[in-house]
Design a binder for this molecule. Structure first.
Ligand code: SIN
Length: 450
């Protein structure tokens, strides 16, 4: 400091220091910090600062005190670290890029950004919400078939896949711990609330939700309709419990995090990841009781494929969702009751009448073929529609669409056709739709748009 002070004096008062010469040969005024006497201490302070900066390690989550920089608060350190890492990436030698760590890059980022992607401090922050399911299941029987869904915590699941840490910085939250056969509107509301809160946080890049596969398509479609976001939201599950031979959960979870961390996953609505496939929540259906390739998108096909964290999208979704949807995450009060009645040869009217008597405001028929049903059931549905109950015709076939007025006169009966939605998804849309309108024409329009 003594050297700096005397040098400064020299510049300011003695004229011993020549100052800088302009093109015309005149002496330019020497600025306060440009003086020779200040360069050494400033460089010294900067060097000290950079040493402290370099000592800062990335934190695995918000509670990670161990890796917190001991000299500067997070608010200062994080932007500085990001800047420093960006600088390192820009000045990286060609031989540093790529290499073995390339496969852990943030998927979809441009190839020439390899340095930035590989640096853990540039990892996106994701919120991981857990609800249970087989992905968190533990086997209970010696033969490996029996298991309890949701036995492991989300922390256990993440700890089992340490490679995830290279993709994203996760904060985790256990919203529920259930098999998805017990998923219901109350948990949907809670889940939507927690997901929306995370998505509204500017520091969070996306949300991953672990969920049982049995009703994942319903939860996914519900969130696709109510969440207000363009950020990635990814549901993930597994067909084999976490303790099984060749459990599918770890790779599914790794891929789901990769999808949620990828900027090109934004704006696609809610996605479902399993078995190296990416599905749109609107399109996906569980089609097999036990096999890992259970999820199919029968009408419009896959959203994309993912291979060990590397993404390939095939196209955008076409129906309205998330930020563009008119449905709110937390409408006041419960949603109207909607029941599904499964059609079959010899079906009578009893179950339809029972649903109406039980208070259903809507009935979805899982119809035969293109949403048809026997005459007795048709008469019961017509009576229900006349009484103000919304009747939606879907199909039990698992593919194709139910059009209006083909075999059934929907106009005369006051019915709604589900178009491409399977019965369980038609129920979700009808519940949300009935909270806004009971008019058959307006409800039909919702099935055309969503
Ligand atoms: C469940 O849906 O919770 C059980 C089945 C599964 O997750 O695969």
């Amino acid at each position: 400091m003594g050297r700096g002070r005397s040098a400064g004096k020299r510049i300011a008062g003695s004229g011993a220091s020549p100052g800088r010469r302009d093109n015309a040969g005149g002496t330019l005024p020497v600025g306060f910090l440009a003086g020779d006497g200040f360069i050494f201490p400033v460089v010294l302070v900067l060097l000290l600062f950079l040493v402290l900066l370099a000592r800062a390690k990335p934190r695995e989550n918000e509670n990670d005190k161990e890796n917190e920089n001991e000299y500067f608060p997070e608010a200062i350190m994080r932007p500085l670290q990001l800047g420093l890492n960006r600088l390192r990436a820009v000045t990286k030698k060609p031989w540093d890029a790529g290499g073995g760590r390339r496969k852990f890059c943030r998927p979809g980022a441009p190839a020439d950004d390899a340095g930035g992607m590989n640096n853990s401090n540039l990892r996106p922050r994701l919120r991981l919400l857990a609800t249970g399911g087989t992905i968190a299941g533990a086997q209970t029987s010696g033969d490996g078939r029996g298991y309890t869904a949701g036995a492991f915590s989300i922390a256990d699941l993440v700890a089992a896949v340490p490679q995830i840490a290279a993709l994203a910085e996760l904060t985790v939250e256990q919203v529920a711990r259930i098999g998805s056969q017990d998923m219901n509107e109350a948990v949907w509301r809670q889940l939507a609330g927690r997901a929306q809160a995370a998505l509204d946080d500017p520091g969070i890049a996306g949300v991953v939700i672990t969920h049982g596969t049995d009703t994942m398509e319903e939860t996914g479609y519900f969130l696709n309709l109510v969440l207000k976001t363009a950020k990635p939201v990814v549901l993930v599950g597994a067909m084999r419990p976490a303790t099984a031979i060749s459990a599918d959960g770890p790779m599914n979870l790794y891929n789901a995090v990769a999808v949620a961390a990828a900027p090109e996953s934004a704006g696609r609505g809610v996605l479902v990841v399993a078995n190296d496939e990416i599905h749109f929540a609107r399109e996906v259906a569980k089609t097999n009781t036990t096999q890992v390739g259970t999820f199919k998108s029968p009408n419009r096909g896959l959203a994309g494929l993912i291979h060990s964290g590397r993404l390939h999208y095939f196209g955008p979704t076409v129906r309205r969702h998330t930020a563009a949807s008119e449905f709110a995450p937390l409408a006041a009060g419960g949603l109207p009751r909607v029941d599904i009645v499964y059609a079959h040869a010899g079906m009578g009217r009893e179950l339809i009448d029972a649903a109406v008597s039980a208070g259903a405001r809507g009935v979805v028929i899982a119809g035969v073929g293109d949403g048809n049903m026997p005459a007795a059931a048709l008469a019961a549905c017509t009576a229900a529609a006349r009484a103000g109950v919304a009747v939606v015709r879907s199909s039990r076939t698992g593919g194709g669409l139910v059009e209006r007025n083909i075999e059934v006169d929907d106009d005369a009966a006051g019915f709604v056709s589900a178009e491409e939605l399977n019965p369980q998804k038609a129920r979700v849309l009808l519940m949300l739709g009935l909270a806004r309108t009971r008019e058959a024409g307006a409800l039909q329009e919702l099935f055309r748009v969503y």
